[in-house]
Structures are given as structure tokens and as C-alpha cells.
Design a protein around this ligand. Sequence first.
Ligand code: DX5
Ligand code: ZN
Length: 555
Amino acid sequence: MGLNYYHIIKQVREARKLVIRGTSNAGSGHPGGSFSMAEIMGCIFFKFLRYDPKNPLWEDRDRLVLSKGHASPGLFSNLAVAGYFDKSEIETLRKFESRLQGHPDFKCPGVEFCGGSLGIGLSFSIGMALAARIDEKSHRIYTVIGDGESDEGQVWEAAMTASKYKLDNLTVFLDRNFIQQDDYTERVMPLDEILVSDDISEMWKDAARWKTGDKWRSFGWNVLEIDGHRVEQIIKAIKSAQQTKGTPSMIVSRTIKGKGVEHMEDNPKWHGVAPDPKIAQIIDLELDCQFLIAPSIIAGDMTNLGNEVKQAAHGRADFIHLDVMDGQFVPNTTFDHTKIKELRSITQIPFDAHLMIKEPVKHVRNYVEAGSDIITVHAEVCDESSFGEIHDVLRANEVGVGLAINPDTEFPNWAEKFIPTIDQLIVMSVVPGKSGQKYIEATHEKVQKISRILIDKKFTGFIEADGGVDLSNVGSCFLDGARVFVGGSAIIGQKDVRTTITEFRKKIQQARRKLLIQKAHDLGGTELVNKWIDLHEVGKKKIELLQIAKEAGFV
Ligand code: DX5
Ligand code: ZN
């Protein structure tokens, strides 16, 4: 079974958009803490939680308790995406007589706990877990608490109790975003060892010195520590918690408050402030600009692909791009599903398998069983029927559905019916068959054209740029509409993979900033450009954005 990776990140993107829509419409609310837990909520709702939106009180449902109740927009948005109520209802947030108030209450279907006063949700969850045991029920309780919330003494009373009663049907996430109400947690009430660096907004990056997990271990909990924005790590942690018997599990999740919107990230101001409606339109575009880096390992040592995977994982790649070549569809042969199976245990980072093989419909199940998380097949060797079969096999196994087209292939008419459910479209910018080739310049226009067509036809997936992508053209590829970037010789072929991936991210971020400044200018001229730039208060962001705006002639 795959990660269901694309399904989850598309739902998370939709939920974040609803948080912005709801809070900007209400003129108040808590976007920051809704965004730090966004991937956690997405994995719980769209990979593990058993529920029926049409029967919210189904007695065997799993329970999700949002103890940090102020992040209610982050809960309501997921309930809407999950189908409990129409997404448009988010616009009633905090309005008189709405079911969606500033803090959750039972008027809203799917709400299990009236959060608001902090520190109580974990105790409430313990009651639910004990009741499930007494009633001999197998449903699970998932609870999300905040780090600021952990200043409440009742959290620690609950920590003792859950351990005493060995509540292994309880999985708790600590949304460790290092910011509470109006300042950084470590300045208000340190949960970790006193930090020496004064640039406290960056401190979450030095997780090695954390002690929060030790506190929960000392209370007898099973503790896992993860990057709370990495879907694959969240999923692995929940699976581990489910297999742990005789003790409750605490998943300490390093997160960024305001994650996904650059000016909100790591900025205490966005704990409880809503974005201005004009700014919300720019943020909506920003949430469509999430991007992923997918190093292609065949650009490395073919005799030691395991090490190439390790390099990419150490470099914090988002995907591992696996180029399968059968010597028939393309002249070269690289490896097949047996190699993928061998590499699988090295990392939980999603495997992005690019099948350059003939008759993929005959072999696709082998690549699912080998542990691929996304499988892309070529349109040149498919038709509506065979791709339909591949599509159904992949969706049934929670594997991302990918279609690839060569430089001289247009998007096929037979594939139009699949557009709403294709997760990834690879637009090849080299003739497939080997890495190290030069980017075919005409691909820029081709991607721009296809991107426009796909958006009109309700494509919610990601366009992957594959072939000859490097630091000189990746920004342009982003502006064309690509959101996943394969780097073979430009990443894996480099000496320092980790630094190169960071440089790729910086280049793409530069292009994204330029796109958003352009959007601000389109919406409101120089005045809105300056307003947008002024929002970026943390670190050096404002200076960098001003430079971009100057070069674009907007200020
Ligand atoms: C080519 C492959 C690409 C290639 C990328 O057939 O599909 O993924 O390995 O390598 P570079 O980035 O070097 O072109
Ligand atoms: Zn490829």
C-alpha cells in the first residue's frame, strides 16, 4: 500500500486555502496554529481516521480531539474537505449563529471536544480511551496538543494518568511550533533546554538539543520525534504508535507556525490575526506554489544506488526519482522493480518511479509491490484502456498516478478523462534514455500551454519537469507551471547533494516570490506590492523581496 502522498498533500492544500478563506472573511481567527498542524491533520483525516461524514456519531468511529482549540479553522477546514459539510460554510466562521465558531463546539458535526481553555483536551481524550477499553471497542483516539498549551499543569497530570492506565489506543501529537499567544515559547516558558542563540525564530532547526521528548519519556510514554510537515514521517510515526502496546504514544512534531505562507512562518504575530482579503488572494496563489525536489539517482554511481538514495535523503529531498529503463522503450537499461524493492528500506521518502518501459500495464503491479509511492507511465505506450487499468490499480493501492509525455508528444486526447485524477504529469524536457542531457528550450512554452489547459480541466495534480533541469533554468520551469523538479546530473551528479538541493529550493523560492509580487501588482499596484512586502517581518525576507520588486520595476 502506498503513502497516498499526493491525495494527502492535495487535501492539505485545500484545507489551508479554506483556513485563509474563513479567517480573512471573518476578519479574525488563528491561521498560524492551523498551518503548523496542517500535514498532521491531513495524515490523520486522509490516511488513518475511520469516520463517516454522513453519520458523525457512528459509535465505532475513531475520535480526533483538537485540544489546542483556537486552531479551529484547521479543524473545520479538514471537516469540510472530508465531507462533513459544504466547503462554502467556512465563510460563516465566527459569524453569529454559525456552527463554526472561534473555538470548536458540538454544534459542528465531527467535533469531538469543545476546545478553548487550553490543557484539558488530553484529559478528555483519556476519558474517551478508558471508555473505549471498558466498552471493549477497538476505535482509536488521536489528540493534538500545543507546545504553549504544555505550560498547563493539567497536561502533565494527564500524562501520568495515560501512562498509569497503559492507554495504547491513544496517539497524541505535540505541535511543536515554538510560538504561543504572543511570543516564542522558549522566552515565555522553556520546554527545552535554555537556548543560547538570540535568533530564536530559527531555533526549531536545531532539534538535536530538544528535551521535550525526554519529559514525556520520563512520564512513561512511547515517544517519537519527527518533522511535522513531512507526510512520510507522520505516517510512519502513526503506524509505529499503532503497533506499540501497553503505553500511550507521543509524537513530538517539529513544525513551523504559519507553514506554507512565507510571511506568516515563524512569526508570532500570526498566532491570532486574520489576513486582509486582498492579501488573501495572493496567499491563495502562494498555496498553489508548494514545490518538490526529486533527485534522479541514475545520475550517480549505478553500482551503488543505495548510496545515491542515502545522499538524496540526507539532502532532505522530497522524492527519490527512480528512472526505470527496459532497453526497449528507450535504448538503455537501468533497473527494474527488484532494485526498487532492495532500495525501499533505506528511507521512507516517497519513491517517484518513472517507468520508461513497454507495456507498463503488464508490469505495474510489480512496481506497486516493490514499494513505489508514485508511478508514472508513458503516454506513448498506453491507450485509454491500458492507462485506465493502470490508473485503477494505482488508486486502489494508494499509489500516485503519473502520466509522462515525450518532447514530441502532445497531451493525448484519450487521457483527458483522467485529468481530474492524475496526480502527476511528467513533461519530458529531454528525449528519455539517459541523464546529463541538455534541457530542450521549447519545453518552456509547451509546459505553459499544457498548464493553462489542465487548470481549465480541473487538474489538481503537479506537473513534474524532468530532464536537463538545473540551477540556470529551474526558476523558469517553476514560472512555466512545474511544481516537481527532477535533478539528475544537476543534483545527484554534484559533489554536495545537500547544498545543491538547498540552492535549488532558493532558486525556486526566488521565482515564487517574483510571481507573488507580480500578483500583488496586478491586484493593487505599487501600494499592494509594498503592503505585501512589509508583511515579511522575520529575518532578511523584506530586504530580499524589495530587491526583487525593484528589479521588476514595481517599486
Ligand atoms: C531521462 C530521465 C530523467 C533523467 C534526469 O530519461 O527520465 O529523469 O535521469 O537527469 P538529468 O536531470 O541529468 O537530465
Ligand atoms: Zn525521469
